[in-house]
Design a protein around this ligand. Sequence first.
Ligand code: ADP
Ligand code: MG
Length: 389
Amino acid sequence: MTAEAPPGASPALENAERRSPSRRGRVRKRVAVLYNVDYEDVQQGVDPAWEARAQICSVAAGVAAALGDEGHEAALVEVDGDLPRLRARLGEIEPECAFNLCESLANDARLESAVPLLLELLGVPFTGSPPEVLSLALRKDKVKQRLEAAGISTPAGRVLSRPGEACDLPFPLIVKPVREDGSVGVWRTSVVHDAAALARAVDAVVTTFRQPALVEQYIDGREFNVALLGHPTPRVLPLSEIDFRALPDDVPHIVSYDAKWTVGSADDLGTVPILHPILPTAIAARVRRTATDAFRAVGVRDYGRVDVRLGATGIPYVVDVNPNCDLSTGAGMARAAAAVGIDYPSLAGLLVRYALRRRRVDDPAVTPQARANPPSSEAAARPPLAVQG
Ligand SMILES: Nc1ncnc2c1ncn2[C@@H]1O[C@H](COP(=O)(O)OP(=O)(O)O)[C@@H](O)[C@H]1O
Ligand SMILES: [Mg+2]
C-alpha cells in the first residue's frame, strides 16, 4: 500500500504551468468572466438546484480576483436568458478571452451550451469544454453509451420514464435525474433495495425535474475524484477520496445534494475529501488510467473531474464525467492543483492561456470585429497559422 502521489513527489510541472509562479512580465489580457444569474429568478426552496446555481456567483468573483492577481483585466459578466444583451455587453468589453462559468440558463441546465455556442459565433476564445461536450456530459445515458463504446467500466444503467416501469437490473440500485449534475436530484432515498423504493425514487425524479431517471447498478465501494488538467493529453492531478466514515450508519455512502450544497448538514460533514488517499499502487494507477480514458472518450477539454467508484473486485467504475467542473477554491480541482503547486490564480491564469492558445490554432485572426467584417476571399484562402509554442 502506498499513499497515492505523496506531497512533494509530484512530477515536474509542464512548461505552461511552470511559468505560473512569476506574475510579473505577463501580457495583460481583457477577460470576460461569464456566469449565470438565473438563481435570482427563483426563490430558494422552489428550484431544487438553487444552491448549486447560486454558488456560481462567488466562484465568478473569486476567478475574477484571481485573474486580477495574474495581471489580467477581468470583467464580471452576468448571463441571463437575454443573449442579444450578452452579445452587446461583449461588444463593449471586447474581451480577448472569456472565462466561461455558465452552468445553466433560465434555470435549465440544458441551455448551458448556448453561451459557448455564442462565443464560438463571435470568435471569442473561451475556457473549458466546447458546447457539444457540455451537452453530451449533461446526458448521463449518452455518456454511459460513450464510455461503454470505448471499453471503459461504468455501472450498468437503464433509463426509466415512469415509476412502475420494469427494470431488469439487480438491486441495490441508484436513481438519478438523467440530465442534471452537481448531485442535483441525488438524495439519501436515491439508493434503493426493492421495487417499491425504486418506483418512489423514479417518481421523485420525474415529478421534481420533469425528466426521465437513470437507474444504475449501485457500486458499494470507495469513491475517488480525479481532477485532470490539459488538452489533448491531460495531466492527472493527485487523487482525492471521499471519506464517508462520519456519515450515520443507516445512510448510503454517496455524495448527495445536501453533501454538496448544504454546508454543515450531516451529509456535508459525513463526506470529507481526502487528498493522497492510501491505496494499492496498482489500483491507484488503474483509477488514474480509467479517469484519463473517460476524460478523452467524452472529449473534455482543458479541465474536468471524473468521479470513480471502486467495485468489490478492484475495478474502477466511472460514475460521472464533469467538464467545466466546479472551480470554487474549496472544490476538488483547485485543491488538487494546489497540491502540485498550482495555486488558484495560477490555475485561473492557466485556463486562460489554454483558451488563448486555441485562438492561434482554430481561429487565426478571428476577433468579434473580424467576424462582423469577414476578410476578403483572398485572405480567407490563406492557410491557417501554424501552431506555435
Ligand atoms: N452507480 C453508482 N454507485 C454508487 N454511487 C453512485 C453511483 N452513481 C452516483 N453515485 C453517488 O452519487 C453521487 C452523485 O452522482 P453523480 O453521477 O456524480 O451525479 P452528478 O452528475 O449530479 O454529480 C456520486 O458522487 C456518488 O457518491
Ligand atoms: Mg458527480
